[in-house]
Design a protein around this ligand. Structure first.
Ligand SMILES: [Fe+2]
Length: 152
């Protein structure tokens, strides 16, 4: 398993950042060329399932089925169960920080844990995730869209 760690501090409180992860509605408007669109499939308790339609490349539009499980109060597990990035898991933890929220993400990819491969993949992950946060920051972080943070 290849493991990549990504850390970022964002100037917003934890509840705002958390609700951003549960606002699927904003994805098509704020991240159309990076994430594409999220389509809600189901919600049961702390587990939401969505289908991600990635941005169109030439005539192809890849899809992923993703299971998103909330572990209150501050952890989320994403599991790509079908389609593009199948087998990838992302463990997100949000911590209150003097400057807002420290986001720690662990990307677990179904590839050998080779140093040279990790360097390449980390560069790619850092570049893409940075871009997505820049998109979020440019609109002041969306929140309040569907399906919303599970309330247990
Ligand atoms: Fe976003």
């Amino acid at each position: 398993m290849l493991e990549i760690i990504y850390v970022k501090v964002l100037p917003f409180p934890v509840d705002v950042i958390l609700s951003q992860y549960y606002d699927y509605e904003h994805v098509a408007h704020v991240h159309p060329t990076t994430l594409g669109e999220f389509h809600l499939v189901s919600v049961h308790g702390n587990v939401a399932v969505y289908e991600q339609h990635w941005p169109r490349r030439w005539f192809l539009r890849a899809r992923s089925l993703v299971r998103q499980e909330f572990t209150p109060p501050n952890e989320i597990w994403f599991h790509f169960i079908r389609g593009r990035h199948k087998g990838v898991k992302v463990h997100t933890r949000l911590h209150a920080d003097s400057q807002g929220t420290r986001v720690e993400e662990r990307y677990l990819l179904p590839y050998p844990n080779w140093n040279w491969l990790r360097r390449i993949v980390k560069k790619w992950v850092d570049h893409n995730v940075e871009r997505i946060w820049e998109e979020d920051l440019s609109v002041g972080i969306c929140r309040g869209g569907w399906p919303g943070v599970p309330r247990s």
